[in-house]
Design a protein around this ligand. Structure first.
Ligand SMILES: NC(=O)c1ccc[n+]([C@@H]2O[C@H](COP(=O)([O-])OP(=O)(O)OC[C@H]3O[C@@H](n4cnc5c(N)ncnc54)[C@H](O)[C@@H]3O)[C@@H](O)[C@H]2O)c1
Length: 311
């Protein structure tokens, strides 16, 4: 797939545009909001220069990639002869349904639609389509131009060939696709994030520690290992010579006791919301949100370099 359309150019759409352009592909960008569209183009150009500064891209590749980006004035122009569309419009079933109906009016029959949706179900979204076999979830992690994960989730009507084509496409572009056998709200990664976030809020609400210490307990400890391996492999190693079975038999019971003590909220209490928002202000005394994002992106790029060297 060569001709890429970015449909919805907010935070995620702009980063996807950077990613595809960096791979040498021609990218067209469309958003209903002209200002957002222009911002996405400007941001992508900046992102590409940043990738070159971080030596993740040569200066020449960055210049070519910048030339590969263009914004278009209508959805019809975006979809003309397009081969793959990355949809990143607002997370709302009604808005996505309208966009999917319009996609079918203008896109060639062979075009594939990947949705960035963080947690909506593809079965429901594709139900408005006449050719639903060509739509699936392709969920990135923010920012997609720096984080390799893409979660591929077929809906009930997604064709097997679509899933296979998109998986091969992303593998070729250097992403790390994971495939869900069935759809669940939040896919895999956001469900894991949701579990950790709930406990981060609960510890704060119960006064166990400050926002900064709860965050530090994550990123100065388990977070460092998580860049390398997931919970299953970590506990295989945690069981020493006895492996995962020994870990479960000896330490598993302690975890069951933690689970009993932990919160099982399905709503965030007001008190936790307030403590989280006010507690997080301390970070903003150190750097502005933009400076934090730039700091994050630079460190993420360096971690990627290390992981690539180790492969
Ligand atoms: N923010 C994240 O961390 C994150 C991470 C992964 C996936 N996602 C998913 O990506 C998608 C977009 O999220 P975002 O954070 O970029 O939101 P955003 O609000 O920054 O961008 C959404 C864009 O969609 C545009 N839009 C709305 N209706 C449109 C239409 N009919 N045609 C074209 N454009 C339209 C809006 O103008 C807006 O610019 C959502 O589905 C979200 O779940 C978000």
């Amino acid at each position: 797939m060569q001709e890429i359309g970015i449909l919805g150019a907010g935070l995620i759409g702009a980063s996807w545009a950077t990613f595809f352009a960096a791979q040498g592909l021609p990218v067209r960008i469309y958003d209903v909001n002209d200002h957002v569209k222009q911002q996405a183009l400007d941001q992508s150009v900046k992102n590409l220069q940043r990738l070159a500064d971080l030596e993740l891209l040569t200066q020449q590749a960055a210049a070519t990639a910048q030339g590969n980006l263009k914004s278009v004035d209508s959805l019809a122009e975006l979809l003309l002869d397009v081969e793959y569309v990355q949809e990143s419009v607002i997370e709302d079933y009604e808005i996505k349904a309208d966009v999917y109906r319009e996609f079918e009016q203008h896109a060639p029959d062979t075009a594939i639609l990947g949705s960035s949706s963080s947690g909506l179900l593809m079965t429901r979204m594709q139900s408005v389509m006449q050719h639903p076999g060509r739509a699936l979830i392709a969920h990135p992690f923010n920012p997609p131009h720096l984080i390799p994960l893409v979660e591929l989730v077929p809906g009930d009507q997604t064709a097997v060939a679509t899933l296979q084509t998109v998986k091969e496409f992303f593998l070729k572009l250097g992403k790390h696709p994971v495939v869900l056998n069935r759809e669940v709200p939040g896919h895999i990664a956001n469900r894991l994030a949701a579990a950790v976030w709930r406990e981060s809020l609960a510890l704060l609400d119960a006064g166990v520690a400050s926002v900064e210490d709860i965050d530090a307990a994550l990123c100065q400890g388990p977070g460092l290992r998580w860049a390398l391996m997931g919970q299953h492999l970590i506990y295989e190693l945690g069981g020493g010579t006895g492996g995962y079975q020994k870990f479960i038999d000896t330490i598993g019971a302690s975890f069951e006791a933690y689970w009993e003590d932990m919160e099982h909220w399905t709503r965030i209490p007001e008190s936790a919301k307030q403590k989280a928002v006010s507690g997080t202000q301390s970070y903003l005394n150190q750097k502005s949100p933009g400076e934090w994002a730039a700091w994050r992106d630079e460190k993420l790029a360096r971690i990627q370099q290390i992981l690539r060297e180790e492969k």
